[in-house]
Write a protein that binds this ligand. Sequence first.
Ligand code: FES
Ligand code: FES
Length: 884
Amino acid sequence: MTPNSMKTIAFQLNGEEKRAEVAPGQSLLELLRDTFRITSPKDACAPQGQCGCCLALVDGKPKTSCSVPAEKVEGKAVLTLEGVSAEERQLYARAFQVAAGLQCGFCTPGLVLRIKWLTDDDRVLTRDEIAKGLDGHLCRCTGYVKIVDAVELIQSAKRGRPLPEPLADGGVGTRLPRYQGAELALGDRAFVADIDVPDLLHGAVTLSPHARARVVRIDTSRARAHPGVVAVATAKDVPGDRWVGLIYKDWPCFVAEGEEVRAVGDVLAAVAASSARAARDAAALVEVTYEPLVPVLDPAEAVRPGAPRVNPKHENVLSTTRFSRGDVDAALAASAHVVTGTWNTQRIEHLFLEPEAALAVPLPDGRLHLYSQGQGIFDDRRQVASVLGEPEERLHVELVPNGGAFGGKEDMSIQAQTALLARMTGRPVRLVLNREQSIRMHPKRHPIAMNYTVGCDAEGRLTAAKVSLLGDSGAYASVGGKVLERAAGHACGPYRIPALQIEAVAAYTNNPPCGAMRGFGVNQTSFAIEGCMDLLAAKVGLDGWEMRFRNALRVGDTFTSGQVLEKSVGLEKTLLAVKESYYAARAQGRAVGIACGVKNSGIGNGAVEYGKCRLVVEPPGKVGLYAGFTEMGQGFLTVLVQCAAEVTGLPSGVFAPRVESRFELGAGQTTGSRATLLGGRAVVEAARKLRADLDGGATLADLAGREYPGEIVIDDTTAPGQTKNGKVKTHTSFGWATQVVVLDPAGKLERVVAAHDVGRAINPQQTEAQIEGSVHMGLGYALTEELPCKDGMPVTFKLRDIGVLRAQHMPDVEVILIEDPEPEGPFGAKGVGEIGLVPTAGAVAGALQAFDGIRRTRLPMKDSPAARAINVGRIPDAERDRWH
Ligand code: FES
Ligand code: FES
């Protein structure tokens, strides 16, 4: 940048006169964040202007600051949340806390500023008008229901009606507001990209443009010569093991000369420079010579003999899982009715609002402090230490609760590259991905092709199911084999089927990797089995509710995996809970769909699982609550605090939850709807010890410095096809659900009723919010969301194209919580993080068939009136590969 290409502007920022040098192409967002260190506007999609996270008011008008050139604010007044009066800030924070209107909180400051603008007006807005007014904003967590509730509270408070006080203290069963909710609402709680340290360098990465190519040469000389560049790292600079991976180490954190790139998110180089702009520009100057190869894109072709290998060390069949019992062919032959068909689901982008970021800070004692937002910081530590060739003790890892993850932050992203740059330079390095890089790098939800043949008797009782599944696992193993294993284990849904034969294959291809995403393979098979249920019901002459009630699993029945269900099977209760709504809507002449769902809580399938916690009494009168799983918006830390408060009898405000490596609390990934189940039990165990001391007459002051460990181990689950002590127990616990989807007379979404057996709602309001957010994600999955690729490259990175629903697209959602206590869970609780969207697509498909008679077997169902009424997710068909 030549000094004379810079321009000096004068403007007002939060009421103060400012002058700044701005560069050509610099956005207002960069000016606010980089020059003025104003961090309430967040970068989630710059420069797209499609998420609203970066909102600022410019001369009183809402503007997405990422799409406003900085020089355009010359002479104008810019307002961010930092400049809003303390009284008004408190109003917004309280409303969001009372309404539980935020989860991860990354979208919230932008929303709050929009809501300020909307509610400063004299007119009282209806819920529909509020939803339309929020159209410029994306929230991936909440489903918007409780955001609109918060706006209603703010409107009435601005008209003099008192706002309810958020609960100041609460144990199990209370509506305790989210931990750090007020700070998150106002943008005061830092995410990784907001953390500044002295002497900071900025990182950037160079990614492969090819899905498959041989890397002939990597020339970093131009990048190194770029002004501001301090270091450029390639594979040659890795002192330890370059290969990472949660199950198989098949993923290079840098691809070396002579190797093949296998996906468009592969990293060739990483740059550290004095500014983010210099780092980005230099990363673009890394010159890589490729020899392009024909990519393997179709999983069906990938698994044929003779197909080129994606991974030179492994055949293209990544995994095969089988379950069988009974004589399926004989049972099908004897069935009164049989249906058969193929169902297909699409690749789905997590679209967590906070793109991946890491900060590595060298400490004076030689250790490295890594700020991570991953879903398992102890796995991050192990893998980063391995890349650096250092013992794990040389790394201190701290979780910065993230802005959403949904499974997409289980695998490493840029933690290792950031740590390496910090080691090479001896200086702190912060590396933040932009939206396109984020989408290219992290694993997606699997597209799966599913062949089903299912039979029933004359009364509609299921007799047999034959299922084959083929999932596109993309370029790296990630946890793809486990996803297909889970899809197989849940392939028959929550239904009793005496004879079954299931095979699930995960295939390597050169598409973006697929791995964990909320539902973990179960959403896909749920869509297929629920389609079969509807088709069979029609043959028998039953309605959807009755067909499901007749086949619903109950205590004593055998699950698909062979596990005999011994406790906490609340499915029948969820069916009964929606019965009235289902029949009432039908009686009104509405098109109605119904689907049931089951989802494991705990990984199971033979994995040994841990919950670990340490309570540390810290003066003055505080208790540090150290845990091993990740807060990613689901409310994990709040739940732990409530468990600790309940057991100890201490006020909840005493507990300060933290996730870091001060203690050895590694328990693997925050996955499988298990954090409450395992983490909660560990807290209960530790809290009981503290309680015993308090009951003995000690005060917290007396106990200062005392540590109370809590650890539980679950080691009694069985791998597919195996038994332990003569018993099959694939999972510790299951969540159960029934959802009803109602369309309006035009075939648009009108209402969703979601009844869920959650065991025990530790925080009923936040449990409800989790389910609302999941339903939102499930509706997008059903109707509009997809990430098609062409030659292994996503065809779009635009948020609106990807098809996540906006507030105005959401129907009414009624959540009904059923509590059928889980004896192995804390206070009877089990996980609810994933099941909320398991039945949704199936219920939508049923409603659509009731509306227009078309049975849709491919997601997303964009050809439907419900999807056509939604103005996001418009990707032309010509853009797609044949196998999406
Ligand atoms: S970051 Fe500006 S609208 Fe998304
Ligand atoms: S709370 Fe809105 S994106 Fe997480």
